[in-house]
Design a binder for this molecule. Structure first.
Ligand SMILES: CC(C)(COP(=O)(O)OP(=O)(O)OC[C@H]1O[C@@H](n2cnc3c(N)ncnc32)[C@H](O)[C@@H]1OP(=O)(O)O)[C@@H](O)C(=O)NCCC(=O)NCCS
Length: 440
């Protein structure tokens, strides 16, 4: 192993800590088609599920069976028809769907039971729970065609699933649902995943698919979409969504429009995509995140009044250096503001020092009434992202009162010599601000 590798590992592992904290006790619904099994991709995914379970994530796994059903139908020479992308499930197809789901379920359960020493599954103790958690009803007649045993979700037994999750079990759902009359319905895996994620108010709904994520017309990966942007994409006749995205994206959007915090569409071909999407800033697929009432945006001249009312009391008590309206007007392009439904509740500025590939983070302020709700942290993260996009290698900050806050957010104290030359020359020794930096 190269000498730098252990350092990188330690750095990486430490950087994962905030995610580990944030994910513990949260519910993730992870959905994938039967191809994950037929292409033998479940082994890697299994390791990642095991890791997430060990980190205290509450897991609901939804598998599909389309690939297996299609293969069997071909084998027996039985043709099925589709209406608006939905398979018409006749008696023969239902029998095949039941067999395929049953087989997949036990195969997945078997793999989740692995615990071989010297493997990532060593010591794994995943208890799997499956059952009649999904109640379905027939879709009925669509465009004049009876879809027969093709169903849609009517109800999710939230209490029963919550019970299993509470005991640390992984809940495994098949693309089938049962009715009050004892019938079985063939339900699309994405519909089951959407319904269960919404019913459980899941933190995340994750679809593993054939492509790296959702792409635009030029084939570029769209890393982040709001539900509105994704809906526009879906309604645009010129949009060509190929592969699984056309099934999964509408469900991801609807889930986020309801109670799901984030939906992710990632590649099933990329071993470890799940971990990369969850534990890195940039991710590897497409994330759908609902609009928030709070937006961090570039400051405009019309924001000066709002910024001044935030910073003037802090200038008066010596927390911040006095700027004044004129300077603020000149430097407004350096500022970003946190806009809460039209009210400026936070601000921060970034001053570049191009030669040193560094930027000063200044004037990070949260309105007193909005403090202690992570607004400061979110602004800091956003400013870090902006700095990274501009290829700065480090941030520094001079603070009189918030030293500990910055240290808790990854900054370290340094000597005045560490400041970019220009800044060093202006350093006010009387103010005795603490100088802190953070590598980006
Ligand atoms: C520093 C500041 C931006 C943090 O904003 P925030 O939205 O309250 O931050 P968060 O919600 O992410 O963090 C809140 C936590 O930080 C702690 N905290 C807040 N200010 C702190 C400080 N000055 N020193 C140490 N801890 C601090 C809070 O007690 C809270 O901890 P808790 O969760 O354990 O209760 C805000 O306190 C502020 O505007 N301060 C005045 C301006 C300033 O000093 N800016 C820095 C110089 S540029």
């Amino acid at each position: 192993m190269a000498a730098a590798a252990p350092d990188k590992f330690v750095q990486w592992f430490r950087a994962a800590a905030p995610y580990i904290h944030a994910f513990r006790g949260r519910t993730f619904v992870i959905a994938f088609g039967g191809e994950v099994m037929s292409e033998a991709r479940f082994v890697g995914l299994n390791h990642d599920l095991n890791l997430l379970a060990a980190l205290g994530v509450r897991l609901v796994v939804v598998h599909g069976a389309r690939a297996q059903i299609d293969a069997k139908l071909k084998e027996v020479g039985h043709k099925t028809s589709y209406v608006r992308g939905l398979r018409v499930t006749d008696d023969i197809t239902l029998t095949i769907a039941k067999e395929a789901s049953g087989r997949l379920r036990v195969e997945i359960e078997a793999l989740l039971s692995m615990g071989l020493p010297n493997s990532p599954m060593a010591g794994a103790d995943i208890r799997v729970s499956s059952g009649n958690f999904v109640t379905a009803k027939p879709i009925g007649i669509l465009d004049g065609v009876d879809l027969q045993h093709t169903g849609e979700v009517r109800k999710i037994d939230v209490a029963a699933i919550e019970d299993r999750l509470k005991f640390g079990e992984l809940v495994l759902l098949s693309p089938l649902g049962y009715s009050a009359t004892g019938e079985i319905f063939n339900v699309a895996l994405e519909s089951v995943a959407e319904a269960v994620a919404v019913a459980l108010k899941a933190e995340k709904l994750i679809f593993m698919m054939d492509k790296a994520g959702v792409t635009n017309k030029r084939g570029n990966l769209l890393r982040e979409l709001t539900p509105l942007q994704a809906s526009k994409l879906l309604n645009n006749k010129e949009t060509f969504l190929d592969g699984d995205a056309r099934f999964y994206l509408p469900c991801a959007v609807r889930a986020c429009e309801q109670s799901v915090k984030r939906a992710h569409l990632i590649s099933r071909h990329n071993d470890g995509a799940l971990l990369q999407e969850l534990f890195t800033h940039q991710g590897v697929g497409t994330m759908i995140a609902p609009d928030s009432v709070e937006k961090l945006r570039d400051a405009k001249i019309s924001d000066i009044g709002g910024i001044l009312s935030l910073i003037e009391p802090l200038e008066a008590d010596g927390t911040l250096v006095k700027r004044g309206r004129d300077l603020l007007e000149m430097e407004i392009s350096r500022f970003a503001v946190l806009d809460h439904d039209g009210m400026i509740i936070g601000c921060a500025a970034l001053y570049p020092f191009a030669e040193e590939h560094a930027a000063e983070l200044a004037c990070l302020v949260v309105h007193p009434e909005f403090r202690g709700r992570d607004a400061g942290e979110r602004m800091l993260e956003a400013m870090e992202q902006r700095a990274r996009r501009k290829r700065f290698k480090k941030l520094f900050v001079l603070t009189a009162r918030a030293e500990h806050w910055f240290i808790e957010h990854g900054f370290v104290e340094v000597d005045v010599e560490e400041l970019p030359v220009q800044k060093r020359e202006m350093y006010n020794y009387q103010r005795r601000s603490v100088i802190l930096t953070k590598k980006l």
